[in-house]
Design a protein around this ligand. Structure first.
Ligand SMILES: Nc1ncnc2c1ncn2[C@@H]1O[C@H](COP(=O)(O)OP(=O)(O)OP(=O)(O)O)[C@@H](O)[C@H]1O
Ligand SMILES: O=P(O)(O)OC[C@H]1O[C@H](OP(=O)(O)OP(=O)(O)O)[C@H](O)[C@@H]1O
Ligand SMILES: [Mg+2]
Length: 282
């Protein structure tokens, strides 16, 4: 039975459950259940603190998990990134009071507040900078105002928490993070992990694409295929009127409005867009 760990709270929690549900696993909690059995898929799901997931997976007791790349790297365990999952994107960055820091070199000799101490210590060591990392559990942005640190290193998404604390980012990002599927070298070839990964990829591809249907004069088909070639080739069906065709094609979500404008430009009619629920396209 494949054992999977999901975040029980925090920014990645809801999105992890949604993604696994869309991939066909039973993982919606009715109350505060810590473990859910999914006998149909031969899977057991554990809800654990986001920071602890790499620890359990790294120790080999749980075969796989979803956590942030930043938490994985900070954990310094045996856990490895299996694949990125395209949500929970953030950057891990240094920030200080406005106007006081401009480059990483300015950190020398200063106190850096962080919850991700290993990540920060490694980054500074690699650059030959010595500084004191002050460990805090959260709300790191308040540490400068309250006098326990000169600057911080923390997760930044919109930047609004930083701004509210009178801080600004400086220097290169320490890390670009997102939710990742993790495992260990021991379990990397587990057949059920392969199935999980294929299903998650199916959800990811479906999220990135939409289905476009339209009618077109048969003579214009080659122009339409140039505009939207699809994964392999569009599906073309005859209409009752022999001069016209019905075309169905998969299009990247980000491109769909441009594609519809161009199809309209070559005379396509009745263009409609449909969401994909899941896929096995790639
Ligand atoms: N605002 C955010 N936007 C995107 N991802 C975030 C954000 N805040 C945290 N994360 C990501 O979520 C993970 C950490 O989860 P989070 O901070 O929500 O949980 P936590 O800190 O353990 O919980 P809590 O903050 O309640 O103690 C990290 O991988 C981080 O990159
Ligand atoms: O750039 P923003 O969109 O403002 O988001 C970043 C903030 O979100 C996270 O805090 P979280 O809610 O996890 O609280 P915590 O610091 O107590 O962990 C992170 O630690 C930052 O404080
Ligand atoms: Mg947090």
């Amino acid at each position: 039975m494949l054992q999977i760990a999901l975040p029980n709270k925090g920014s990645l929690s809801e999105a992890s459950v949604s993604m696994l549900s869309e991939a066909g696993y039973r993982c919606k909690r009715r109350g505060r259940e810590l473990v859910i059995e999914d006998p149909d898929n031969d899977v057991r799901i554990f809800f654990l603190r986001p920071r602890d997931i790499a620890v359990y997976v790294g120790a080999g007791h749980v075969h796989a998990g979803i956590t942030g790349r930043d938490l994985l790297l900070d954990s310094e365990t045996e856990a490895i990134e299996y694949e990125p999952l395209g949500f929970g994107r953030s950057q891990f960055r240094f920030a200080g009071p406005i106007g006081q820091f401009s480059s990483i070199a300015d950190i020398e000799g200063k106190r850096v507040a962080a919850s991700y101490d290993h990540l920060v210590n490694r980054f500074l060591k690699d650059r030959g900078i010595s500084a004191t990392v002050v460990h805090l559990d959260g709300a790191v942005e308040s540490s400068v105002q309250l006098g326990v640190a000169d600057l911080i290193a923390d997760v930044v998404e919109t930047g609004s928490t930083l701004r509210a604390a009178g801080l600004e980012i400086f220097g290169d990002p320490i890390l670009s993070s997102e939710a990742v599927l993790i495992t260990t070298h021991t379990h990397v070839d587990h057949p059920a992990l392969r199935v999980l990964s294929r299903r998650l990829q199916g959800v990811l591809v479906a999220r990135r694409h939409v289905l476009v249907d339209y009618n077109l004069k048969a003579n214009d088909l080659s122009l339409a295929v140039k505009i939207a070639p699809g994964f392999e080739s569009p599906t073309v069906s005859p209409l009752a009127d022999p001069d016209w065709l019905a075309v169905r094609v998969v299009v990247e979500r980000d491109e769909v409005n441009k594609v519809m404008d161009q199809l309209l430009g070559i005379g396509a009619q009745g263009i409609i867009v449909t969401e994909l629920a899941s896929s096995r396209l790639a």
